[in-house]
Design a protein around this ligand. Structure first.
Ligand SMILES: [Fe+2]
Ligand SMILES: [Fe+2]
Length: 250
């Protein structure tokens, strides 16, 4: 492999939608410039950077292009996946037609670069685990949480089942001969202490080497979470967790 693979999730770019800027949160000061500065230091044009979700605060695809073009102007090939806040995410047809040229989207498909094969799906909250003990929860003063709390358990379960199905459909298309098999999920696919989950069993079935995800914010960095389980490396790459500095995966 003559390129490196990096990851950074949850950029939450608000260049297109400034009032949603994450700067209201402690630790997010000047985050857009921090990401850019760190990115330019290590990622080259031939490298790959994985961005599994919560990419832009735009509401419409046309607006998201402001943020996507910002990403496009950074070096490297980028692989993106939809997060729960990517309301702008359009149909795959529209996406594949209009994405800036260095950005590739995973949406019920896989992306192959030489001996690297990348698949995945967004997933969702699971009744199998939660991260309450690991998060210093901070309410976003700009956001209403009512809807989220009202989603009933069985509805959540149905969404997760659909996402697990999508994960399987994507991973079935992985290049079986690829030396490096990577899965992207937006929600963590396993508990912080690595107890088996339905998602982890799917990832094992497809011999995934590394699974990269985000979604969790304000994570207590003093507690150990995720790591290797049954030959899969589970890597949390939320931008604030990794100090807005893309981490090297390979
Ligand atoms: Fe996020
Ligand atoms: Fe998220």
């Amino acid at each position: 492999m003559n390129f490196n693979i990096f990851a950074i999730s949850d950029l939450h770019l608000a260049i297109s939608n400034k009032e949603k800027s994450m700067e209201v949160f402690e630790g997010w000061t000047d985050y857009t410039n921090k990401i850019k500065k760190n990115w330019l230091k290590k990622i080259k044009d031939n490298d790959i950077c994985l961005i599994p979700g919560d990419i832009s605060w735009a509401m419409k695809f046309e607006d998201s292009l402001i943020d996507l073009n910002w990403i496009n102007n950074l070096p490297g090939r980028k692989v993106i996946l939809r997060g729960n806040h990517d309301y702008w995410w359009p149909s795959y047809t529209k996406l594949s037609k209009s994405l800036p040229k260095s950005i590739f989207a995973i949406s019920n498909n896989v992306i192959n670069f030489e001996n690297v094969s990348i698949g995945g799906s967004k997933l969702f909250d699971s009744i199998e685990y939660n991260f309450d003990d690991y998060i210093n929860f901070v309410k976003n003063p700009l956001e209403s949480y009512d809807n989220e709390e009202e989603i009933q358990k069985d509805l959540k379960e149905n969404i997760l089942l659909r996402e697990l199905n999508r994960l399987t459909l994507s991973l079935e298309q992985l290049n079986k001969d690829a030396k490096y098999k990577i899965a992207l999920t937006h929600y963590p696919p396993i508990s912080a202490d690595l107890k088996d989950s339905r998602a982890s069993k799917i990832l094992e079935r497809f011999n995934i080497d590394k699974c990269i995800f985000g979604h969790l914010h304000s994570v207590n960095k003093n507690k150990k979470l995720f790591g290797e389980k049954n030959k899969i490396d589970y890597i949390l790459a939320s931008a604030d967790y990794i100090n807005f500095d893309p981490i090297k995966i390979y």
